[in-house]
Design a protein around this ligand. Structure first.
Ligand SMILES: NC(=O)c1ccc[n+]([C@@H]2O[C@H](COP(=O)([O-])OP(=O)(O)OC[C@H]3O[C@@H](n4cnc5c(N)ncnc54)[C@H](OP(=O)(O)O)[C@@H]3O)[C@@H](O)[C@H]2O)c1
Length: 323
């Protein structure tokens, strides 16, 4: 089969479309013929081994797992002998853990505990756009952020892969949502349900006198004192990303109990089913910026790395019956 592989850390130039062995499912795994995948910042962090700590996970000098791609949607081609929840021919979607990426390929094996049936009315591209970004938004808002109905919630980075899910998931919890994005994305962020939108090129949400019960930061470009100014007295700030190591360490060391990094989002069946129900109810609709074919994963990653994706960057895997 064909897959995007990298054998050395570096820029998107290290990514190659190669013929590799088709994987075989273990007893608890499902072999999925991938129809679509989606790109996440985790892909370029691992590809570049940035920050350096990524090397502790995936090999000091060169990558141990040479594949990328967490999110997939596709059709079950084979099942391991202990698999009970899926059958050959089922359409599924889900996300692989960061140490087992492999979605940028024609086939991937995944534990049945990490997959769910694809909502029937969604395309493979739409379904593949969802898992990791939606897990991050849900786990950041619910677990770190302790979201409650009626709260005033601010989403920084509301127009990105994670932010577009965070706006919609926060609305589904019955909150009043303010999204922060640049001028060209204001209408889109309003269209996915934000009650208020702040254009960060025109105004600074930490200096407008407003206070929020929960801030979910999907950018990681603000200081702890910025957050303190914008939080209500018992407010919580959940930070998902960071734009520099100094920002990361500042939040970790000076944030205290209320301002902190969320844990790395974890793929799991319970949350996937929760998100699937939001999708089926029409409460969450994935926003897709661009679709690239499998051979153009390097361009897709280059685009994502530039930091201005509008929703998700999706990879369409052409179906080649020879594989
Ligand atoms: N903790 C975890 O488990 C976890 C999981 C997934 C992702 N993350 C992290 O979460 C962050 C977001 O991920 P993502 O997939 O959403 O990335 P993304 O899709 O690349 O985010 C791009 C978005 O960021 C917005 N943005 C850039 N500068 C901004 C600014 N100054 N103020 C407000 N918005 C700004 C852009 O909007 P404009 O074009 O309008 O500027 C764009 O829409 C990343 O740092 C990622 O590493 C963490």
């Amino acid at each position: 089969m064909q897959a995007i592989v990298y054998t050395t850390y570096g820029s998107p130039d290290v990514l190659q479309l190669n013929d590799v062995e088709k994987p075989t499912p273990k007893d608890n795994e499902v072999l999925v013929k991938v129809h679509a995948a989606s790109a996440n910042p985790a892909d370029w962090h691992l590809m570049r081994a940035e920050p350096f700590l990524a090397r502790l996970e995936n090999g000091l000098l060169q990558p141990k797992n040479t594949k990328l791609g967490a999110d997939v949607a596709g059709r079950v081609e084979a099942v391991g002998r202990n698999v009970t929840q899926f059958h050959v021919g089922d359409d599924v979607f889900g996300s692989m853990p960061l140490n087992q990426l492999g979605g940028f390929a024609e086939y991937v094996c995944a534990s049945e505990e990490l997959l769910a049936l694809k909502p029937a009315r969604m395309t493979f591209e739409q379904a593949a756009a969802v898992p990791l970004a939606a897990f991050t938004a849900l786990q950041g808002l619910r677990d770190k952020g302790q979201i409650q109905p009626g709260q005033r919630v601010l989403i920084n980075g509301a127009s990105g892969g994670v932010g577009t899910f965070a706006v919609q998931i926060a609305k589904s919890f019955g909150t009043e949502v303010t999204g922060v994005c640049s001028t060209r994305n204001v209408d889109m962020v309003r269209s996915i349900g934000a009650d208020h939108v702040i254009d960060y090129t025109q105004a600074d949400f930490t200096k407008n006198g407003q206070r929020y019960d929960l801030i979910f930061d999907a950018v990681g470009n603000r200081s702890v004192s910025d957050f303190k100014r914008a939080l209500s007295p018992n407010g919580i700030c959940a930070v998902a990303g960071f734009t520099s190591l100094s920002r990361l360490f500042q939040v970790m060391l000076l944030g205290g109990k209320k301002i902190g990094m969320m844990e790395t989002a974890k793929a799991n069946k319970k949350d996937l089913v929760f998100i699937k129900e939001l999708l089926e109810a029409g409460k969450v609709v994935p926003v897709i910026d661009r679709c690239y074919p499998l051979r153009e994963v390097p361009e897709a990653i280059r685009y994502l790395e530039a930091g201005h994706a509008r929703g998700k960057v999706v990879i369409t895997v052409e179906q080649n019956n020879k594989t």
